[in-house]
Design a protein around this ligand. Sequence first.
Ligand SMILES: *[C@@H]1O[C@H](CO)[C@@H](O)[C@H](O)[C@H]1NC(C)=O
Ligand SMILES: *[C@@H]1O[C@H](CO)[C@@H](O)[C@H](O)[C@H]1NC(C)=O
Ligand SMILES: *[C@@H]1O[C@H](CO)[C@@H](O)[C@H](O)[C@H]1NC(C)=O
Ligand SMILES: CC(=O)N[C@H]1CO[C@H](CO)[C@@H](O)[C@@H]1O
Ligand SMILES: [Ca+2]
Ligand SMILES: [Ca+2]
Length: 577
Amino acid sequence: MRLLTVVAILAAVLGFASATEWWESGNYYQIYPRSFRDSDGDGIGDLNGVTEKLQYLKDIGFTATWLSPIFKSPMVDFGYDIADFYQIHPEYGTMEDFDRMIARAKEVGIKIILDFVPNHSSDQNEWFIKSVNSDPDYKDFYVWHDGKINEETGEREPPSNWNSVFRYSAWEWNDVRQQYYLHQFATAQPDLNYRNPAVVNEMKNVLRFWLSKGVAGFRIDAIPYLFEIDLDRYNQYPDEALSNDTSCPDPDDACYLTHVYVQDQPETVDMIYQWREVVDEYRKEHGGEQRLLMTEAYTSFENMIKFYGDGVRNGSHIPFNFDFLSNINNASTANEYVEHIEKWLNAMPAGVYANWVLGNHDNKRVASRFGVQRIDLINILLQTLPGHAVTYNGEELGMTDVFISWEDTVDPQACNSDPDTYYDRSRDPARSPYQWDASSKAGFTSADHTWLPVSDDYKTNNALQQLRAPHSHLQIFKTLVRLRQEPSFRAGAIKIQALDDDIIVYSRQKEGSDLYIVVLNLGNSDKTIDLTQHFTLGTDAEVITSSLQSQYINGETVKTAAFVANGNVGTVLVAIN
Ligand SMILES: *[C@@H]1O[C@H](CO)[C@@H](O)[C@H](O)[C@H]1NC(C)=O
Ligand SMILES: *[C@@H]1O[C@H](CO)[C@@H](O)[C@H](O)[C@H]1NC(C)=O
Ligand SMILES: *[C@@H]1O[C@H](CO)[C@@H](O)[C@H](O)[C@H]1NC(C)=O
Ligand SMILES: CC(=O)N[C@H]1CO[C@H](CO)[C@@H](O)[C@@H]1O
Ligand SMILES: [Ca+2]
Ligand SMILES: [Ca+2]
């Protein structure tokens, strides 16, 4: 049992107690536009659908939403393959629809954050087509190479053994150009060449273009992959060593190799700082509120900390913390949770915010990974920790994965495998249409077909039903979002500990404000806890909110010396005497 160094946490938290910028007290929601709301009955979500539902986000209490890519795309990787960085994807709407969405968002009071996908474009992008044809302005826009000649067979082979995130070689031969190009994701997603200053400039122009359209900032995709090793320092691109990871025996999988030459190159951090300069400059020139950068990187802890800034230059306001996604699962013990939380909070530089991400469109849903009975507990955890929480659309309802057969699978990461193994790789199950109400197709669309199937449980599990019910995942979620505005949650210290394998308890309090206690029981059975042994408490506390299956109702008074923590239940209490 370890007690957190309260002093260290206090320092980290007080650094931003005087929060003034909009994003500092923000609560963030990720919309997957293709699956959120279809306004025109083609079975595919769109911008007018998002516009229609902005008030809903506001009603829950969110202040900002980041949208997965909405740009023109052949949809090989559902928008992460961009054919034109300056245009809206026609299935999603027009530039006028986009303008209306921004205008409506301003009215409602929701900030719109766009997904910026800098590592690659689509192979349909005119930049790539020009590059294939060696147009002098675009010749070096992508990473091209002659390959190497196999000394034994005399045949031309890819320049290195590098493989792609979506399996198989990361090099693809192009017949027109008679060279290989690099693609760290799908074959149809050629990597842009960040060692070419023209590429760096063009991508900054993309940011400026959307800033001028009124967006509040960007979520930047797939940061670790931006740079590859500098070829000028080698005659050949070097092969990557085998990872020797026994859980990854298939040579076609990305995890079969280490990725020392294609990920996390030192230049990456500088690029983030440059992008921050672009958004800061934009504000200087055009006024208005701070424009926000959020960054996506499954990377080392040390790198993530650098993304915030180096003390001289600033970087990402919110470098997504995937520690929970990567390291916490249904079998994790209370101690493991606490260790991960402490690690992050203690290592954070002064004056920045922590953040916590547990779901997105690349992972199976939280309710499916941890069990529906734990969804409230997980939401309570994310919303009551210091810093920012990022919620993937549907997690607030406890939506679950939808089984999608091999035949119906569309995710390239899964399609590049086989009927036996695709399911573990597939990201489709977490991308099913949002469940709005009990009408046909969950109120997602008026069409009788949808691009991915709607979950079978939509009649009993949908936003409308949960809004009307006195007790629901969504009601709990709304209570939590309101609670986060309290001074003790916005700027209070945290004192956290694991009592055994199952029980996590922590307090949140800002001096002079209410003392809150959070109790999470990861186990299946009830446990009675004397909270007064761990916190300075009077005899009674009041229940603010608790998981759906909890024995407590909101507003109920409980005895702090003998608090019964039900299995798989999270509870937020406030001290009352
Ligand atoms: C994996 O094993 C090979 C030799 O069997 C070695 O060369 C390589 O460095 C190892 N990889 C790692 C990441 O240690
Ligand atoms: C970095 O951000 C801090 C806090 O907002 C600000 O005071 C400082 O001037 C920024 N530094 C640069 C180089 O923009
Ligand atoms: C999560 O773990 C609990 C045991 O602690 C188990 O009852 C439950 O079925 C598991 N849920 C999932 C989705 O694996
Ligand atoms: C969480 C996230 O945004 N993941 C994306 C990372 O980038 C690849 C390639 O652009 C996408 O396929 C993922 O969806
Ligand atoms: Ca549509
Ligand atoms: Ca790259």
